[in-house]
Design a binder for this molecule. Structure first.
Ligand code: ADP
Length: 444
């Protein structure tokens, strides 16, 4: 090959390479442009996605707030209604209990009153269940943490059902393998509520058989692992119903409700309460053989507190000067009848302002204070009485039954809190205790 030919070949190669480079550049430019457009689109999509997410988040927050407001409104409504229902119910239950104590009743009238007592107590239990459920749903149910003797709330709950068990021809037993000197910390009223519900069902769904409640457990260094069993040989529960047994309003069917009554709330509340106590509840049942509920709890060991016995208290409040601050005329009569029966000397003030005037002029041993009253409510009156340097014991007597109410009473300077309808013995027991009168218990 001549020099010329070699040069020509080289030039052709250069031209080919130049053309290839140009093509590559053109492709690169085209791809860069495509990439640029894709990025633009991606950014655009991103922006609109961001806006959608923000809008959806705002909607979700608004929906959550609306739901919370609705739930709050429902809780408030239930609390108000429960207050409104408890107030007249207090009169019904209180007067029935008072009348039942009369020695001049005919057997027929005593029977009628007995029915009234059962019906009104049932109504109260239902209202309490509804209120509990709404508190649980609103996350507002708080447990007490007090020291108590472990078997006490269980025995008290069972004792309430001895008459009913007799009526059903049922042998009601309590087997306590832990004895009566184990003190734990927790909420005795809620434990009692669970046992009451289990025992009440075990009796209701049984006849001429047995209901056996057993308490057992073992102590660790700082806690007691408690097992409470409630066993019956009643109608049993079908296997396909067991799973939904702890759901709200779970009853077998409407004919069942008509035959046995009940709201279907009891076991749902029991399981929620036990969950709050970080325990567990299980059930084993065989149709026509019987049912056994088992509750497991682990409670911290507690100290033996100074005990107040509220059952069957017989006490004399003779000449005790009691100031009753209450605006409702029926409740005025009820409370003063109860106290006069125990020979106390009762003065009535219609509201907080009248109470303060009465206290300026007289000396009292104890003050019973309603919360909601015209002119001046119980909380303000108590705060003023305490600001006057008067330390007379004050017991709140109120149909407001929330934990916040209890707390407000404590903060205002009240010594005790009894929610209406109050147990008659509980009222007398608390007065006697606060005024250091002797209290004789005939329980057990
Ligand atoms: P209620 O008793 O008010 O209907 P509960 O939640 O306490 O509501 O009980 C739900 C249902 O579980 C009862 O209606 C009944 O069908 C069934 N049940 C509960 N305890 C027993 C029992 N010991 N024996 C048979 N059935 C029971």
């Amino acid at each position: 090959m001549t020099d010329d030919e070699r040069e020509q070949k080289f030039k052709r190669k250069l031209n080919r390479e130049r053309a290839a480079r140009k093509e590559a550049e053109r492709l690169l430019e085209q791809k860069s442009l495509e990439l640029f457009h894709s990025l633009e689109k991606l950014e655009e999509t991103n922006r609109s996605l961001d806006a959608t997410v923000k809008a959806k988040t705002r909607e979700a927050i608004e929906a959550k707030e609306a739901a919370e407001q609705a739930s709050q409104a429902k809780s408030e409504f239930l609390a108000t209604m429960s207050h409104e229902i408890r107030t007249p119910l207090n009169a019904v239950i209180g007067f029935t209990q008072l009348l039942l104590q009369s020695s001049t009743l005919s057997d027929r009238d005593r029977g009628f009153l007995g029915h009234m007592d059962v019906a009104s107590s049932g109504l109260l239990a239902l209202i309490n269940d509804l209120l509990d459920l709404s508190r649980i749903e609103a996350g507002k149910l708080e447990l007490e943490t007090i020291d108590f003797e472990l078997s006490c709330p269980i025995k008290n709950a069972i004792d309430l059902y001895t008459v009913k068990a007799d009526e059903h021809g049922i042998q009601l037993e309590f087997i306590n393998s832990l004895g009566s000197d184990i003190y734990v910390t927790g909420d005795p009223h809620r434990i009692s509520q669970v046992v009451k519900n289990l025992v009440s069902n075990a009796i209701k769904f049984n006849s001429d058989g047995f209901v056996r409640v057993s308490l057992s457990g073992e102590a660790t260094e700082s806690t007691v692992k408690v097992k409470i069993e409630c066993e019956d040989d009643g109608i049993g529960i079908p296997a396909d119903r067991i799973d939904s047994l702890f759901d709200k309003f779970a009853q077998m069917d409407s004919s069942h409700t008509r035959k046995y009554g009940g709201s279907g709330l009891g076991l749902a509340i029991c399981s929620e309460l036990i969950e709050l106590m970080e325990g567990n509840i299980t059930v084993e049942s065989t149709i026509q053989v019987g049912t056994k509920f088992t509750v497991g709890l682990e409670l911290p060991l507690g100290r033996s507190p100074a005990q107040v016995t509220t059952d069957h208290i017989e006490t004399s409040l003779r000449d005790l000067r009691v100031l009753l601050v209450e605006d409702n005329p029926v409740n005025q009569i009820l409370a003063s009848e109860i106290l006069s029966d125990h020979h106390a000397d009762v003065h009535i003030a219609d509201n907080g302002l009248e109470a303060i005037t009465a206290i300026e002029d007289n000396e009292y041993d104890v003050i019973l204070m309603d919360l909601q009253m015209p002119k001046m409510g119980g909380l303000e009156a108590t705060a003023r009485i305490r600001a006057m340097g008067i330390s007379t014991p004050i017991i709140a007597l109120t149909a407001n039954a929330t934990n916040e109410d209890r707390e407000s009473c404590k903060v205002a300077g009240m010594n005790r809190f009894l929610s209406k309808p109050f147990n008659l013995n509980e009222l007398i027991g608390n007065i006697a205790e606060l005024t250091k009168r002797s209290v004789t218990s005939h329980s057990q």
